[in-house]
Design a protein around this ligand. Structure first.
Ligand SMILES: C[S@@+](CC[C@H](N)C(=O)[O-])C[C@H]1O[C@@H](n2cnc3c(N)ncnc32)[C@H](O)[C@@H]1O
Length: 292
């Protein structure tokens, strides 16, 4: 901040909102609250109660440092170093994608489907990143074993820490490699869940500035965004047990193409589900029963 040091917490809040708004940071008032609560430190809900309290020199310096980063459009999650996904707290750094609210919806969809239908014993999370899906599924599906795969060793290190922090490390096996290739060559999975990179090459230049901080390998899905998903579908068909499920998250405008790929590969009951914004975001499909 170039202006004089705000004397109270509420003045610091107003100044922070102004700075973030000037830099066109979306949702400036919520983010100002998060940064101020980190600088003080206190819980965000406590801020209104502390409004008249004076800001110390140390708190002010800390807020200035945090604001500087956010004004350069570094995402809040990387500044804070942690994030909430569904009901778990995750540690994050720039080696992993910041879990999105849509993926929380994917988690809820997978959990509901798998709990209603059967008690899955073995689920694979392909492209685990921070481990958000692996950790929440391991936490909520009793008796399940999750295999979490990522091509990035650095991402796997973050995901492992998140599994330990949330008490589910014993239920998850972390595997380095390309999609389902590192898993044994037999039909042993009850479900495959994947939020793979799906940004098309031509769309990269139009992305929000915050996305420049995220690993390109977590976003780039080849010329039309579907290169990885297209490769995963036949692999899932091979490694799923009969009647096993494949769940996918896809980008805006991709769902119909993916549905066609799933049908072509022999999947049945292919369904598209919209997210909260009404975008066709998720697909579920089943491997057919074994014919006798
Ligand atoms: C869109 S991010 C999703 C991360 C996390 N599942 C989530 O939902 O937040 C995709 C992840 O897939 C990983 N990935 C990219 N290519 C891969 C491949 N060929 N095999 C396995 N993982 C891959 C990336 O490293 C990244 O962690």
């Amino acid at each position: 901040m170039t202006t004089a040091r705000p004397s109270t917490i509420s003045e610091a809040y107003a100044e922070s909102v102004r700075r973030l708004t000037e830099r066109r940071v979306p949702d400036a008032s919520t983010e100002a609250g998060e940064l101020l609560a980190t600088a003080i430190p206190c819980r965000r809900l406590e801020l209104p109660l502390l409004g008249r309290e004076p800001m110390s020199r140390r708190q002010h310096a800390s807020l200035r440092r945090l604001l500087r980063q956010r004004c350069r459009r570094k995402p809040l999650a990387y500044i804070l170093g942690e994030w909430t996904f569904a009901d778990v707290r995750l540690r994050l750094n720039r080696d992993v994608l910041i879990p999105r609210p849509e993926t929380e919806e994917l988690f809820e969809f997978v959990l509901k489907t798998l709990t209603e239908v059967s008690a899955p014993r073995h689920v694979a999370d392909i492209g685990t990143g921070s481990g958000c899906l692996a950790v929440t599924l391991a936490k909520h599906l009793p008796g399940v074993r999750v295999t979490a795969v990522d091509i990035s060793r650095k991402a796997l290190r973050v995901a492992k820490k998140n599994a330990v922090q949330n008490g589910v490390a014993g239920k998850i096996r972390f595997v380095h490699g390309d999609l389902l290739a590192p898993l044994r060559a037999s039909a042993f999975l009850n479900a495959v869940v994947a939020n793979l990179p799906y940004v098309a090459r031509k769309d990269f230049s139009t992305l929000a500035p915050e996305l420049r901080y995220e690993p390109r390998r977590a976003l780039a899905g080849g010329p039309d965004g579907l290169s990885l998903i297209r490769r995963l579908i036949p692999q899932a068909m091979e490694k799923l047990k009969p009647t096993g499920w494949l769940f996918l998250e896809v980008g805006h405008g991709q769902s119909r193409k993916v549905r066609a790929e799933l049908r072509r590969a022999g999947f049945e009951d292919v369904a598209i589900k919209t997210d909260m914004a009404g975008i066709e975001r998720f697909l579920a499909a089943r491997k057919p029963k074994e014919r006798v």
